[in-house]
Design a binder for this molecule. Structure first.
Ligand code: HEC
Ligand code: HEC
Length: 450
């Protein structure tokens, strides 16, 4: 008796709820559905729904050599934040003081919280990475830093080729580029036949001065987790940078911004976005033409595309930056990898979720707010005189948006595409028990670790 009435009540509540949702569908919602559907390859706005990170089978672009499993995700989630792997610093003082997440901080959309990330060779964290500065013991060129603003490692299940240049990964955009893979030790890894994330992460562990071997996994307490994650890999090859890279790649593929208002709207919760955000989305998929490049569920490009928007490089900024300058190959983007004239100054179309807290925009961090980014697109005037006009994307031209329209578009980018709960992807602690993302004395104080 009790059971039936509960079921009845639940049914009634569901019907009421559904009708409410339906009633609240406005003409703006209907126009937006039409607009997005027209712009989608399948003819349905549902195409822009991100997969659920717990439904591993639904995650696209998995490396067949590294299918996502729960054991790998759990291991990768810790290794990514594990300062205990920081065993090859330039100076002994920085031993176990940094991690991957020194430059990919969850609260900052998994970027550094500053224009340039620094791992080994820096001190401090501030509130969320902005307070990190060079260690006085290090010369500028001794720190671990790269000549571009870090890319966010969110929604990377839509990344087939890693970095702004797309240099990593043997497939996707890099089919046909085999001739340049021997050019340096960095991209030689493409001969291994790995996907972008797997190749990138293995190189990243080396570049960022981290060590993985049996002695390390034993001492930090990870050996059993490697055993659970890689039972089919012979013991002699099980505790390596390659398996660690695989685990981190599996973890990355599950980091998805599917609680953002736009995602909830796409899944049927019409009130999840404000009217202003909906008007901004209309511009994004319509008049402003953003979707012509940002065309995937993560709003990067599928397949990957590279364009020149003529923005300034990191060394051209007003900030003090390390290990970069006019000769840095990263300044020429895709061209720095392929060597092809037509690729010069072109950069990968990046994903657009959780941009609100990143603080520095474009590969050279030349903008500090999304309002400035939108104004740059609206003006359509390249800011970097070194980029030949012939390279500039033809879509980069004045858009004629009014101030009010720009406000709407900014609101869609800032809050419509903002998942407020990325912290769910970070561990509460790592096996070493060390402080993370950073473990230097100043960071420890600032982060309240001891
Ligand atoms: C010193 C700062 C720093 C550290 C430490 C760091 N990264 Fe990065 N990461 C960057 C920068 C900068 C880029 C973009 C570089 C470029 O594209 O030229 C990047 C890009 C990436 C990308 C490419 C994303 C995409 O969309 O193409 C992945 C994946 C990544 N990092 C993973 C890692 C992993 C895994 C580690 C640890 C092993 C790590 N990073 C440590 C700074 C850092
Ligand atoms: C021609 C293709 C193209 C179009 C059209 C386009 N973008 Fe982009 N977008 C890119 C590329 C390429 C980058 C990276 C450029 C760089 O940093 O050198 C980028 C970068 C961005 C960034 C900064 C991301 C980051 O990680 O720093 C934002 C935000 C952005 N675009 C939003 C938009 C909006 C809004 C529109 C529409 C007004 C738009 N884009 C139109 C190709 C495009």
């Amino acid at each position: 008796m009790k059971k039936t009435s509960t079921v009845f009540l639940l049914l009634a509540a569901t019907v009421y709820f559904l009708s409410c949702v339906h009633e609240r569908e406005t003409s703006l919602d209907a126009s937006l559905e039409d607009m997005i559907s027209q712009r989608s390859a399948t003819g349905s706005y549902h195409e822009f729904i991100l997969p659920d990170g717990t439904d591993y089978a639904a995650l696209p672009n998995q490396d067949p050599q590294n299918p996502v499993t729960a054991a790998k995700v759990e291991l990768g989630r810790m290794l990514f934040f594990e300062t205990g792997l920081g065993l090859e610093p330039k100076y002994e003082v920085s031993k176990v003081a940094y991690s991957c997440s020194s430059c990919h901080v969850p609260q900052r959309g998994f970027t550094a919280g500053r224009f340039q990330g620094i791992a080994d060779g820096a001190l401090g964290f501030g509130l969320s990475g902005e307070g990190r500065t060079k260690h006085p013991l290090y010369q500028g060129d001794e720190v671990d830093a790269q000549g571009a603003r870090p890319l966010p490692v969110i929604n990377t299940t839509f990344v087939t080729n890693a970095l702004w240049s797309g240099a990593f990964g043997s497939f996707g955009a890099n089919v046909g580029t085999e001739g340049v893979w021997a050019q340096d030790t960095l991209v030689q890894i493409n001969f291994k036949g790995l996907f972008g994330l797997e190749a990138n992460n293995e190189r990243a562990l080396i570049v960022h001065r981290q060590v993985v071997n049996k002695a390390v996994t034993d001492s930090l307490g990870y050996t059993a987790m490697f055993d659970a994650a890689f039972p089919d890999i012979p013991v002699s090859q099980r505790y390596t940078r390659q398996t660690a890279a695989f685990a981190i790649a599996a973890y990355f593929r599950t980091i998805l911004t599917n609680e953002a208002p736009f995602q909830r709207w796409l899944k049927g919760q019409r009130p999840a976005m404000t009217d202003q955000q909906k008007r901004g989305a209309m511009l994004f998929f319509g008049k402003a033409g953003c979707v012509s490049c940002h065309n995937s569920p993560s709003l990067n490009s599928q397949p990957h595309q590279f364009f020149a928007l003529g923005v300034k490089n990191l060394y051209q900024s007003k900030y003090q930056v390390f290990r970069t300058g006019p000769e840095d190959k990263r300044n020429i983007g895709r061209g720095g990898f392929t060597g092809q004239t037509e690729d010069m100054h072109k950069f990968k179309v990046p994903q657009l979720y959780n941009m609100k807290n990143i603080g520095f925009y474009f590969h050279g961090a030349s903008k500090t707010s999304l309002r400035e980014v939108v104004a740059y697109f609206n003006d359509g005037i390249p800011e970097n005189p070194d980029v030949p006009f012939s390279q500039i994307a033809p879509q980069f031209r004045p858009l004629g948006m009014t101030n009010e329209e720009m406000d709407d578009l900014v609101e869609f980018l800032e809050n419509g595409l903002y998942d407020p709960n990325l912290a769910r992807y970070a561990p509460t602690q790592t096996m070493s028990g060390n402080c993370f993302p950073n473990n230097d004395p100043l960071s420890r104080v600032e982060m309240g670790c001891n």
